[in-house]
Design a protein around this ligand. Structure first.
Ligand code: G6P
Length: 615
């Protein structure tokens, strides 16, 4: 969602701001803006892309030694120039604010500020912050203190950056619930919501903590924390060196990040599983130092997640119950947090999230804690994320930065991690012999190669994509552990090609969706050679008999033959527990090539955001 970049240096900062915004484009946005200090505050805003903002910069020769910039994903108020950030307050001495997140008590503060004579020119909650800081500045006459006093009144999760017209030598930033980090550079200091925006300037990064407020100058900075003192207490924060490589965040030879990320899956999974490849047995410590104790006492598992990560949780339920023999529930985080669920004793709560920033997932985990669930495990791709800090156990998927909005390598690395967890649980709960454990490690070791081989189906998928591109709807069918894979396939297709796609457990076909089957409705089926294959074949017959056109991803040994209206792409022979991971690949490729055929914006689909940091 929204992105923040700020810079204060002894050279013009506009190029850094624009390049930083370009790096943050992947998060999803619908307007962009910046403000720089150059004989006053100069502001540019647009409802176009960052490229549009760059054109405005060029037309107006905008430059300055300090500035803050923003990409906005509309929450309060439509996407429009007047709602785009930065927002101003004050006449004589203006301040400018950019903001990520949501201010929950903005109505109440707005009423108070209106009574004080402040005029509002936008529909945003951000303008409330700008006026509130201006109001506090009248009392304190010091921007850092004014920000500290303001955040004491704000409720919600947010990150902000603030500049003051009469003090162009500083930028003040604050973090509460939304990520924000400082880049310490040679020529200046920087701030951003994501380290990828700052690699161009520095690799020395400080991850701000909850309640931190920082004042940046071009040569130094200071940080205070406001959790226990409204005016802030000075704190030291460690400077970390970022190891993110430029290749990891650049397209290289690929046309889209989604394409790059699909093809990176063999190495992403290999990196994620690296620590077990040379092992003879699996150590529970992979999930944290307390893991052995916690996992051996676990009698029930609850998985909370959103979107693609939720689908990974659904796959894990089949594995965990079948292999480890532990009951497992999976809930959509935004549903769980507003239900009155019954808490089982000895439950391990697992939060799955690529970004570790998804507001509903974080809130659902908090809620689970309030319901007295003692133990939690994060499966997450971002080491510095809020989710990682919130749980007592953690496992990092090492997929590298995922930039395409439609999740691909994050999903398969989540599945690989969840399979590893399943094996660990089965071992601790005495459901796995030494030989079985050894066999499973060998299977995991084979996974990157198996993924690489599966990617070879691309040329066949491309042919199918041409006929899909003209369709308006599609059905995806799967059974058992492959039903969530069908859900993921349908999600990928709708996200990036805008074709309406739904997934059904194939056994449910005759309870409704069969009514939709005609020659215009393509039906994608996942047909692994598992114990449900014969049942699935009967379901496919039901479709075929009604004139439906079937597109089947079968295992080499599934014995499904091509015929009129029945197209088959064969993967390798059945791979047992690994099968759902491998069957994901052709579905990602299908969505990608259909989107290419339809000419949609593959990496930045309309209305969607990469990290959903608001409810
Ligand atoms: C957004 C993204 C999805 C992602 C979901 C959950 O909707 O577009 O790709 O699956 O958020 O994100 P998370 O970071 O928690 O996995």
């Amino acid at each position: 969602m929204c992105g923040i970049v700020g810079a204060i240096a002894n050279v013009d900062v506009v190029p850094v701001l624009l390049k930083g915004l370009l790096r943050l484009e992947y998060r999803g946005y619908d307007s962009a803006g910046l403000v720089v200090t150059n004989h006053g505050l100069q502001r540019l805003r647009t409802t176009g892309r960052v490229a549009e903002l760059s054109k405005l910069v060029a037309q107006q020769n905008t430059c300055g030694l300090a500035g803050i910039a923003h990409t906005r994903w509309a929450t309060h108020g439509e996407p429009s120039e007047r709602n785009a950030h930065p927002h101003f307050s004050g006449e004589k001495s203006r301040i400018a604010v950019v903001h990520n997140g949501i201010i929950e008590n903005h109505e109440e503060i707005r009423t108070h500020l209106k009574n004080q004579g402040y005029e509002f020119t936008s529909d945003t909650d951000t303008e409330v912050i700008a006026h509130l800081i201006a109001f506090k500045l009248e009392q304190e006459n010091n921007l850092l203190k004014a920000v500290c006093l303001s955040i004491a009144e704000l409720q919600g999760a947010y990150a902000i950056a603030v500049m003051e017209e009469t003090h162009p030598e500083r930028i003040v930033v604050a973090r509460n619930g939304a990520p924000l980090l400082i880049g310490v550079g040679k020529d200046g200091n920087y701030v951003a919501s994501d380290s990828s925006a700052l690699l161009q300037a520095t690799r020395d990064i400080i991850y701000l903590e909850e309640g931190d407020v920082a004042e940046l100058h071009n040569r130094d900075y200071r940080i205070v924390n406001c959790l226990h003192n409204q005016l802030g207490e000075a704190v030291e924060r460690t400077v970390h060196e970022s190891y993110l490589s430029n290749e990891a965040i650049e397209l290289g030879p690929y046309t889209h990040f989604m394409q790059k990320e699909i093809f990176e899956q063999p190495s992403a999974v290999a990196n994620t599983l690296e620590m077990v490849f040379n092992a003879q047995s699996i150590s529970p410590n992979l999930f944290g130092s307390e893991a052995e104790k916690v996992l051996s006492g676990t009698k029930h598992i609850l998985i909370l997640a959103c979107g693609t990560s939720y689908h990974a949780g659904l796959v894990a339920r089949y594995w965990i119950e079948a292999v480890a023999g532990i009951p497992c529930n999976v809930d959509i985080a935004s549903e769980y947090r507003y239900r009155n669920p019954i808490a089982h004793p000895n439950t391990l709560v697992i939060g799955i999230s690529q970004s570790g920033e998804t507001a509903d997932t974080l809130a659902a985990l908090n809620y689970a804690k309030k319901l007295n669930h003692q133990h939690s495990l994060a499966i997450c791709n971002v080491p510095e994320s809020a989710l990682i800090r919130q749980t007592n156990l953690r496992f990092l998927t090492r997929a590298g930065p995922e930039i395409g909005v439609a999740s691909t390598k994050a999903f398969t690395t989540q599945l690989a991690s969840l399979l590893l967890l399943t094996i660990t649980l089965a071992k601790i709960h005495h459901r796995l012999s030494k030989d079985d454990e050894y066999r499973m490690i060998a299977a995991l070791r084979h996974l990157p190669v198996a993924l690489q081989n599966t990617l070879q189906v691309e040329s066949q998928v491309k042919v199918w994509a041409k006929s899909f591109a003209t369709k308006r709807h599609a059905l995806f069918l799967g059974r058992g552990v492959h039903y969530p894979i069908a859900m993921e396939g349908a999600l990928k297709l709708k996200e990036i090609s805008y074709i309406h796609a739904e997934a059904y457990a194939a056994g449910e076909l005759k309870h409704g969706p069969l009514a939709l089957v005609d020659s215009e409705m393509p039906i994608v089926a996942i047909a692994p050679n598992d114990q449900l294959l014969s049942k699935l074949k009967s379901n496919l017959q039901e479709v075929h008999a009604r004139g439906g056109e079937l597109y089947v991803f079968a295992d080499a040994d599934s014995q499904i033959m091509e015929s009129k209206n029945l197209h088959v792409i064969r993967l390798a022979e059945h791979t047992g527990l690994l099968s759902p991971i491998l069957h994901t690949i052709p579905l990602q490729l299908l969505a990608y090539h259909v989107a290419l055929e339809r000419g949609t914006d593959v990496d930045k689909p309309r209305n969607l955001a990469k990290a959903v940091t608001v409810e």
